[in-house]
Design a protein around this ligand. Structure first.
Ligand code: F6P
Length: 323
C-alpha cells in the first residue's frame, strides 16, 4: 500500500517513554515524506475527530517527559461496534492510511477489533508499565516504573531497619507480576507475592517469622496489586505475629509518572522508527516488539491472546538471595 499519511495515538494508562515513541513515529514518518496526525485522548479522540497534524517541532523537547503529550483515555464507547464504526469514519475522513497505536493489552485489543471489522492497517507498539505483552521482552515504560519502585523501596528500607518493622509494599502491574518480582530482586526484598506464583499465606507468615527471629530485624515484602493487595497480607501477619510492627505502603500512581530512563527512551525510539519500517515493508496488524535486542513483528492477535510467563529463574533467584 502506498502510504501518504498516518495517525498516532496513545491509549490506556500513560507510561514513561510514550512521548519518546510519539516523537520517533512522527519524525520517522516525516522523514519518509508522510503526513502525521496526532489523535488526542486515544480511541475517544478518534471517535470524535480530535485530530491535529503533528510536525517535527510538535515533538521537540518531549523525549525526556513522562506522560503523553497527545493524552490518553480508556474509552468505553470504542468497546462497541458503533464506536469503532465512528472511529473508522474519521480515519477515512482524515485520509489516514495507517494507524500507530501505542498502549497496553486493552489498547491493542481495541486495535485488533477495529482491524477485524474494517479495512484498516494498524501497527501496535507496546506501551505500558506492566510489561504484560506477549512477544516483547520489554514494554515502553516498564524500566522506568521498575526504577521508580526500587528507589521508593530503598527509602522504605531505611525506616524498616531503623524501626525493626515488616513492610508490605504494594506495586502496580495489573494482572502481571513483573514489576513486583523484579523490584523485589533489585531492592533486596525478602519476598514477592505475584499472581504467577501462588503464595500460600501461611508459608509467607512462617517465612517472615523465621527470617526475623534468625538473623533479620526487618523485612520487606513486595505485593503485586493483582494479589489481593498488601493490606490483606499485612493483616494476616499482624495476627500471626503480634510481636512485630507491620506497615503497609501502597505506591500507587507515582510509579507511572516521571522522566523515562535512557533504556525506555532508546526502546521507544527504536520501536517508533521500526513501526514506520514495518509499514514500508507492507506489514499490517502486527505489534513491534524487542526480543534479545532485535526488533520483531508479532501478530497483534497473538500478542493480546498469549500470556507472558515470568521466568522461574527470577523466582528462584529471589528465594535464594532472601535467606
Ligand atoms: O496498566 C497500567 C496500570 O497502571 C496498571 O498497573 C494499573 O492496574 C492500572 O493501570 C491503573 O489504572 P488507572 O490509572 O486507570 O487507575
Amino acid at each position: 500500500m502506498d502510504i501518504k499519511s498516518i495517525g498516532v495515538l496513545t491509549s490506556g494508562g500513560d507510561a514513561p517513554g510514550m512521548n519518546a515513541c510519539i516523537r520517533a513515529v512522527t519524525r520517522a514518518a516525516i522523514f519518509e515524506g508522510w503526513k502525521v496526525y496526532g489523535i488526542y485522548r486515544g480511541w475517544e479522540g478518534l471517535i470524535i475527530g480530535n485530530i491535529k497534524e503533528l510536525t517535527t517541532e510538535s515533538v521537540s523537547n518531549t523525549i525526556q517527559r513522562g506522560g503523553t503529550i497527545i493524552k490518553t483515555a480508556r474509552s468505553e464507547e470504542f468497546r462497541t461496534v458503533e464506536g469503532r464504526q465512528k472511529a473508522y469514519e474519521n480515519i477515512k475522513k482524515f485520509g489516514i492510511d495507517a494507524l500507530i497505536v501505542i498502549g497496553g493489552n486493552g489498547s491493542l485489543a481495541g486495535a485488533q477489533a477495529l482491524a477485524s471489522e474494517h479495512d484498516v492497517t494498524v501497527i501496535g507498539l507496546p506501551g505500558t508499565i506492566d510489561n504484560d505483552l506477549y512477544g516483547t521482552d520489554s514494554t515502553i515504560g516498564y524500566d522506568t516504573a521498575l526504577n521508580t519502585i526500587v528507589e521508593c523501596v530503598d527509602k522504605i528500607r531505611d525506616t524498616a531497619t531503623s524501626h525493626d518493622r515488616i513492610f508490605f509494599v504494594e506495586v502496580m502491574g495489573r494482572d502481571a507480576g513483573f514489576l513486583a518480582q523484579n523490584s523485589a530482586i533489585a531492592a533486596g526484598a525478602e519476598a514477592a507475592i505475584i499472581p504467577e506464583d501462588n503464595t500460600d499465606i501461611d508459608q509467607l507468615a512462617t517465612f517472615i517469622g523465621r527470617g526475623i527471629r534468625k538473623s533479620k530485624n526487618s523485612s520487606i515484602v513486595i505485593v503485586s496489586e493483582a494479589d489481593g493487595g498488601a493490606m490483606h497480607y499485612a493483616e494476616r501477619v499482624r495476627k500471626e505475629y503480634p510481636q512485630y510492627e507491620v506497615r503497609v505502603s501502597i505506591l500507587g500512581h507515582l510509579q507511572r509518572g516521571g522522566k523515562p530512563t535512557a533504556f525506555d527512551r532508546i526502546l521507544a525510539s527504536r520501536l517508533g522508527v521500526a513501526s514506520i519500517d514495518a509499514l514500508k515493508e507492507g506489514q499490517r496488524n502486527v505489534m513491534i516488539g524487542i526480543k534479545n535486542d532485535q526488533i520483531v513483528y508479532v501478530p497483534i492477535a497473538r500478542a493480546i491472546k498469549m500470556d507472558k510467563p515470568i521466568d522461574k529463574e527470577l523466582i528462584n533467584v529471589l528465594s535464594i538471595l532472601s535467606i
